[in-house]
Write a protein that binds this ligand. Structure first.
Ligand code: NAI
Length: 699
């Protein structure tokens, strides 16, 4: 039972106790129901308090029970709230720290509520593609007023209790306790004061009106609709709150339930719940126990002050961790520092960073040309040129100078981490930290696990990733790791689409409509077309039979490297980022087709999307099979946080599961029969074929 029952003379106290946030698991609900019955049966008890142990009143549903029968088993939250409402003795919710979702709904079922200062209150269900499902949409407007309640429900954002207490005529809190320490004492006083007040006040009996109902809800629908294009839940929040103003309470509750259950079945809700779990799962590594000791990281060194070194340093400075940045030339060091300053100054100019914070951050940054200055760093991240020879020089030097136990990390995007580790006598301390550009902005961090990387090194960098607010995903060693290995196949397929009849703009438009932040050609223009050119040159040598469209090479031969040269797949006006379709490129592709004897055909947007996304999925299945990624959900996290895959589709693997793997494989087989495509390309990965045969899914 996860609820404690104690008595303070004539007041019973029920304490939710289910760390970390007192999620309302079946055991907690059973415990509360039993304690409630016990208190009601005890003639010596005049009032009851419900509070939470540890660091929350309650964070809501217990995520460990998501999707299991326990989540809905009786007493479910609805019936527990009813039991509280029907209690013959007054029930006071004593709220502190956090009251979210189901936790707040439980409190709304109590007769009185007292909150400790500094408490955060939220209805975050919308973030999982849902609406509150245990009366939140019907009770919150009755205590806060329609507008304040709808704002909370539709945004899902946490609001401090002090702000809510200030809402005119609010009835959410009957009083505010002066501190968390005195909360229980003050709750007991309140409970005794109210012990004999009858009838017991119920939120459900309060009126719920808006003076300009129709106009207000119309306005709310326009606003919310415009901001939540791909998500059904926010508009449903508006509907549910409107019902609270129009219908009898019980009817409103039934409608809320119906909406909740319908949303639960939508692909968007499934995707958002998947992402929620996937994010938590990504930080866990099967063979690295949670209690693995971690090394302390209080000083960081970065080697190379180029594009990546500067951005990487900013992450640590932002987290208040001192960074020493090392270059071989003063000029390069000055240039790197100037870029970091420029980035911060842009944030100050936009009002996103205060001047004093900027100065504090810069004060934590120490530039140097001398390895002696970094020897005491706990973590050193190398971000020098992408050449094995240069990496070798750096890692041999690091091995020589760094203190024992320091973590030696490389930001390499393509090179063999095991080889890099072999340049040292401490391969167990070497790990890959593959940041994405711009490194101070992008959420994704691929943690590359070498053959010999020690478990405590992994545990340390996973925790460090949280400190610098990155989503870390572990990848094994292979060319391109998880993300870039997949994107190479996606780019190849984009090239075949050009050959067959598309323009770059058509391809980009189709996939952007699907929801990608940027199509492959705009993305390539941004990253620099020369990067892919260099990779292809290497591939032609390694795998001479592998087919690529030569159009991208022709583009590079014209010097059209993308935004940085003012021209790539698109044209760019000086200083502008708008991609303007280029007739020259269209003609170049056309001429290429003629030389190859290809007569172009019109390709539907559906086919474009399928070919691009399934190219990712097929390679991802191979990555899973090879053990480069430990689980399909890790691959989803890589694509959601590093490659602009649409969140409401849950990542490429989740999307493939939603389409149905059988359907995905059927499409691949159809593409393989297209003589203009590449039959080898579309050989289904053995894992995909196996899952289809067994009727299973990736996630
Ligand atoms: P960059 O060319 O902008 O910067 C490299 C810096 O390293 C230069 O400032 C150079 O002076 C310095 N450097 C070279 N040799 C050095 C040495 N021996 N000691 C100290 N400093 C030295 O390159 P960028 O783009 O920052 O890439 C760095 C690394 O990050 C590469 O391994 C690259 O593959 C990887 N990477 C790059 C990404 C990108 O989008 N640019 C994304 C993810 C990883």
């Amino acid at each position: 039972m996860n609820a404690h029952y104690t008595t303070h003379d004539d007041v019973a106290v029920i304490t939710l106790n289910n760390p970390p946030v007192n999620g309302l698991s079946l055991a907690v609900r059973q415990g509360v129901a039993q304690s409630l019955a016990q208190a009601n049966a005890d003639p010596g008890i005049v009032a009851i308090i419900i509070t939470g142990a540890g660091k929350a009143f309650s964070g809501g549903a217990d995520i460990r029970e998501f999707g299991t029968p326990k989540a809905i088993q009786e007493p479910n939250l609805l019936s527990l709230i009813q039991a509280i409402e029907h209690s013959a003795k007054p029930v006071v919710a004593a709220i502190h720290s956090v009251a979210m979702g189901g936790g707040l709904e439980l409190a709304l079922g109590c007769h009185y509520r007292i909150a400790a200062l500094g408490c955060k209150v939220a209805m975050p269900e919308v973030k999982l593609g849902l609406i509150p499902g245990a009366g939140g949409t019907q009770r919150l407007p009755r205590v806060l007023g329609v507008e304040a309640a709808l704002n909370m429900i539709v945004s899902g954002e946490a609001v401090p209790s002090e702000v809510l207490a200030g809402v005119a005529q609010q009835k959410l809190f009957d009083s505010l306790a002066t501190s968390q320490q005195s909360l229980l004492e003050e709750a007991i006083t309140l409970a005794r004061e109210k012990a004999s007040v009858r009838p017991l006040p119920l939120v459900r009996l309060l009126p719920c009106q808006h003076p300009k109902g129709d106009a207000y809800f119309q306005f709310a629908r326009n606003m919310v609709g415009a901001m939540s294009k791909h998500y059904p839940a926010p508009l449903k929040c508006v509907d549910a709150v409107e019902f609270a103003t129009q219908k009898k309470f019980e009817e409103g509750m039934a409608l809320e339930r119906e909406i909740f259950l319908n949303l639960m079945l939508t692909p968007e809700c499934r995707a958002l719940r998947h992402v929620f779990m996937a994010e938590r799962a990504a930080s866990k590594i099967a063979d690295v126990p949670e209690d693995t000791p971690r090394r302390a990281i209080s000083q960081v060194a970065v080697i190379g002050a180029g594009t990546m070194g500067g951005g990487i340093s900013m992450n640590f400075l932002n987290a208040g961790i001192p960074v020493t940045i090392l270059e071989t030339q003063q000029q390069a060091l000055d240039r790197g520092l100037a870029t970091i300053r420029k980035n911060y100054e842009a944030q100050v100019a936009k009002g996103k960073l205060k001047q004093d914070k900027y100065e504090q951050r810069m004060a934590l940054l120490k530039p140097t040309l001398n390895y002696a200055d970094i020897k005491d760093a706990d973590l050193v991240i190398e971000a020098v040129f992408e050449e094995m020879g240069v990496k070798e020089i750096v890692f041999r030097k690091l091995d020589e100078v760094m203190k024992p136990g320091a973590i030696l990390a490389s930001n390499t995007s393509t090179l063999d981490l095991n080889k890099i580790a072999s340049f040292t006598t401490r391969a167990q301390d070497v790990v890959g930290l593959h940041f994405f550009s711009p490194a101070n902005v992008m959420k994704l961090l691929e943690v590359v696990r070498g053959e010999k990387t020690a478990k405590d090194v992994l545990a340390t960098v996973m925790a460090m990733a949280k400190t610098i607010k990155k989503t870390a995903v572990v990848s094994g060693v292979c060319d391109g790791f998880i993300g870039n290995r997949m994107i190479e196949q996606y780019s190849r397929q984009a090239g075949f689409l050009l050959e067959e009849g598309c323009t770059p703009a058509q391809v980009d438009k189709a996939i952007e409509k699907f929801g990608f932040a940027m199509g492959p050609f705009r993305m390539s223009d941004l990253a620099g077309n020369d990067i892919g050119w260099a990779i292809r040159k290497r591939r032609y040598v390694e795998k001479p039979t592998m087919r690529y469209s030569k159009t991208a090479d022709l583009l590079c031969e014209l010097g059209r490297f993308g935004q940085k040269t003012g021209a790539g797949w698109y044209d760019y006006k000086p200083g502008k980022r708008d991609a303007l379709p280029s007739q020259l490129v269209v003609d170049m592709i056309d001429q290429y087709r003629k030389q190859q004897g290809i007569s172009p055909r019109k390709i539907s947007e559906e086919e474009i999307v399928q070919r691009l996304v399934y190219a990712l999925v097929n390679e991802a299945a191979r990555i899973l099979e090879d053990g480069i990624a430990a689980k399909a959900s890790d691959i989803d996290m890589v694509y959601l946080t590093g490659y602009g895959f649409p969140l409401w589709r849950g990542g490429p693997m989740q999307y493939a599961d939603t389409v149905g793997l059988f359907n995905v494989m059927q499409s691949m087989q159809r593409f393989a029969r297209n003589p203009m495509d590449d039959a080898d390309f579309w050989q289904p990965a053995p894992l995909l074929a196996k899952l289809v045969a067994e009727g299973r899914t990736f996630n």
